[in-house]
Write a protein that binds this ligand. Structure first.
Ligand SMILES: [Zn+2]
Length: 219
């Protein structure tokens, strides 16, 4: 196992997230030679990202050295921890003890204090799917939704978007009506958010975040 210089450059992480958004999940994983994450996802307002591959892409930007999946571990003793030390939220790392779990959506939404303007869109999303439980992680930064018979979430609601993973592993997002978020403090983060907003389908009432090819799959 390689000894890894620490990843310290948040701009390198932001650039990796930006590339992921731009090329799409599978092209990104293929480029860096990583499989799909099962457990550890980096969750932001603009999506959910395979954390080990993001780490490798950011590390390569900072240090000029490419990493393969065998070079380091993910999760608590590797990429997940290093990214969370940089201030990122890693789903799968947050303690299960600190979760608030709900068996229906309404109380989860109340506890999360979703903006009133976004409640109808959130309800519509959930009504069309079969989720068994919902939880707020200790950071309270999203509502994770676990499908019936599943053990891990496949969809996440945050303040401005819902992000979800399909059965084939592709990821999609829907923008809520109110998704202009207060500035998170970092310019590149703000820029990515604006990029994500620009990719929203313009058909009234659709709101899908467009895939990399720019063609809405729902219109
Ligand atoms: Zn559309």
């Amino acid at each position: 196992m390689a000894s890894l210089a620490t990843l310290t450059d948040c701009n390198a992480v932001e650039a990796a997230l930006e590339e992921f958004d731009r090329v799409g999940r599978f092209a990104f994983l293929e480029k860096y030679g990583f499989g799909e994450a099962k457990e550890y996802f980096l969750v932001t307002e603009t999506g959910s990202y395979d954390s080990k591959a993001i780490f490798a892409a950011a590390y390569e930007r900072q240090h000029g050295v490419g990493l393969s999946s065998e070079d380091f571990s993910g999760g608590k003793h590797g990429a997940g921890k290093w990214l969370s030390d940089l201030g990122y939220t890693i789903e799968g790392m947050e303690s299960e003890n600190g979760r608030i779990t709900f068996d229906s959506f309404e109380p989860a939404m109340d506890a999360f204090r979703l903006s009133v303007a976004n409640i109808t869109a959130a309800r519509d999303f959930v009504a069309n799917r079969d989720f068994e439980s919902f939880y707020l992680p200790p950071s309270r930064t999203y509502i994770a939704m676990i499908p019936r018979g599943g053990v891990r979430p496949t969809a996440w609601i945050n303040k401005g978007f819902v992000w979800f993973r399909n059965d084939d592993g592709t990821q999609e997002g829907i923008a809520f009506p109110e998704n202009k978020l207060r500035d998170g403090g970092r310019n590149s983060r703000q820029r990515r958010r604006e990029e994500a907003e620009k990719r929203i389908c313009s058909t009234p009432g659709c709101g899908m975040v467009l895939p990399a090819n720019g063609v809405c799959e729902y219109c």
